[in-house]
Design a protein around this ligand. Structure first.
Ligand code: CAA
Length: 243
């Protein structure tokens, strides 16, 4: 999914958010095994939510706008296939939050990340206050959000906000390399792993262990598990079918 709003460095307005949500609803997760989200152009992944649209909102309008973005990002977080953010350039405000809703983040060496919202009199509104601490830890998340400071790619890597930095030219190649690695594995198992990791974040240890245990057991109901293990034992290879 490529975000393309050339006039505003791919800022997210209501129409774009609606389109993103509709697009995600149509993704056939039985056919596709991974999704990559990127921004159009050299300069920007997503430069945030659209400030001109937000500038005239009242509290109810602010809530509705925030909810629209949060709902779309939650769809991404809970999509049955992994989602990779390929961040080339600015990932600010809602752009950083979009990357945070993805499972995996990689970026180009010209990438810049930040949550500039408090410098505009608002707070992150697309679930950044919830997801940023989960990814980089509470201390660093508080510093980034309270200071509105923008950080470069190497600092994003250092704090764990991204998994890798590559050149701008190599960005999609590297995202596709990771996507292809994921796509070669048993898709029902990958989806179960995503469900577990997401769910266990909100559960206490005993409930998390139970959740994983049930999902682990269910893997043994799949043909892919049987054929994959048989192929391993026979020193062969099996192409997973998602069945
Ligand atoms: N909303 C609306 N328009 C935006 C925008 C945004 N978030 N970001 C950039 N634009 C527009 C600019 O207004 C400009 O439009 P014009 O050509 O009509 O003047 C165009 O995109 C190009 O931007 P700049 O001229 O500013 O480009 P630059 O290279 O000088 O600076 C930048 C790039 C540092 C990203 C700068 O554009 C910027 O600071 N943008 C705003 C970033 C920001 O604050 N994002 C957070 C928004 S709040 C949010 O996201 C809330 C939330 O959590 C839901």
């Amino acid at each position: 999914m490529t975000i393309s709003v050339p006039k505003s460095l791919n800022a997210l307005n209501s129409a774009v958010l609606t389109e993103m949500g509709q697009f995600i609803d149509t993704v056939d997760c039985k056919r596709f095994r991974c999704m990559i989200i990127t921004g159009d152009g050299e300069k920007s992944f997503v430069a945030g939510a659209d400030i001109s649209e937000m500038s005239t909102l009242d509290p109810a309008g602010g809530m509705a706008f925030g909810r629209r973005g949060a709902d779309v990002f939650r769809k991404i977080e809970t999509l049955p296939i992994p989602v990779i953010a390929a961040v080339g350039g600015y990932a600010l405000g809602g752009g950083c939050e979009l990357a945070l809703a993805c499972d995996i983040r990689i970026c180009s060496d010209n990438a810049k990340f930040g949550q500039p919202e408090v410098g505009l009199g608002i707070i992150p509104g697309f679930s950044g206050t919830m997801r940023l601490p989960r990814v980089v830890g509470m201390g660093m998340a508080k510093q980034l959000i309270y200071s509105a400071e923008t950080i470069k790619a190497d600092e994003a890597l250092r704090i764990g906000l991204v998994n890798a930095i590559v050149s701008r030219e190599q960005l999609m190649e590297e995202a596709l390399r990771i996507a292809n690695r994921i796509a070669a594995n048993a898709p029902i198992a990958v989806a179960a792993a995503k469900r577990c990791i997401n769910a266990e974040f909100d559960l206490d240890a005993d409930k998390g262990i139970d959740f994983e245990n049930k999902e682990f057991g269910q893997c043994f109901a799949t043909n892919d598990q049987k054929e994959g293990m048989k192929a391993f034992l026979q020193k062969g290879k099996y192409e997973y079918r998602g069945e």
